[in-house]
Design a protein around this ligand. Structure first.
Ligand code: CUA
Length: 151
């Protein structure tokens, strides 16, 4: 009869564990890091916040860059932030897979239609940073680059 007690305590522990996982996953919105925000690529350009792509000031030296990648450019094509700014990039594609790389930083991500890719970087050095596409996306791929100026 001791086995029964152990079996029951095991079952109770398992139930409690599953409850904790379930509550944290669904009620608190905890998701594994692979979770990504999705978006309908056909409607991406008219869906907020991508209907108004651009640089938004969200705090002291803190910006959100909402960007659209489409063959063969990014919108907006020019941005300017003060030195020391932290920029939260939020990017999606309206057509095919594009890249999003800022050489000499650790910003490097893939922009997949249907998904919102996010990355944050603090720009501590002044200069003109290139944002470029590093995924072959068609005939104009090598032209796909815009600038972010840090002054
Ligand atoms: Cu976009 Cu290559």
């Amino acid at each position: 009869k001791y086995e029964k007690i152990w079996l029951w305590s095991g079952a109770v522990c398992l139930t409690i564990f599953l409850l904790i996982v379930g509550v944290s996953a669904f009620a608190m919105g905890n998701q594994p890091p692979s979770h990504m925000e999705t978006i309908d690529p056909e409607k991406a350009a008219v869906t907020a916040p991508f209907d108004k792509p651009g640089l938004n000031k969200i705090g002291d030296k803190e910006y959100e860059a909402v960007m659209l990648a489409q063959a063969f450019t990014y919108t907006p094509s020019k941005m300017k932030v003060p030195l020391g700014s932290t920029v939260h990039f939020k990017v999606t594609s309206t057509d095919v897979v594009h890249g999003f790389e800022i050489p000499s930083t650790n910003v490097n991500m893939m922009i997949t239609p249907g998904y919102v890719s996010e990355i944050t970087h603090t720009f501590d050095k002044p200069g003109k940073y290139l944002i470029l596409c590093n995924e072959y996306c068609g005939a104009g791929h090598q032209l796909m680059a815009v600038t972010l100026e840090v002054t």
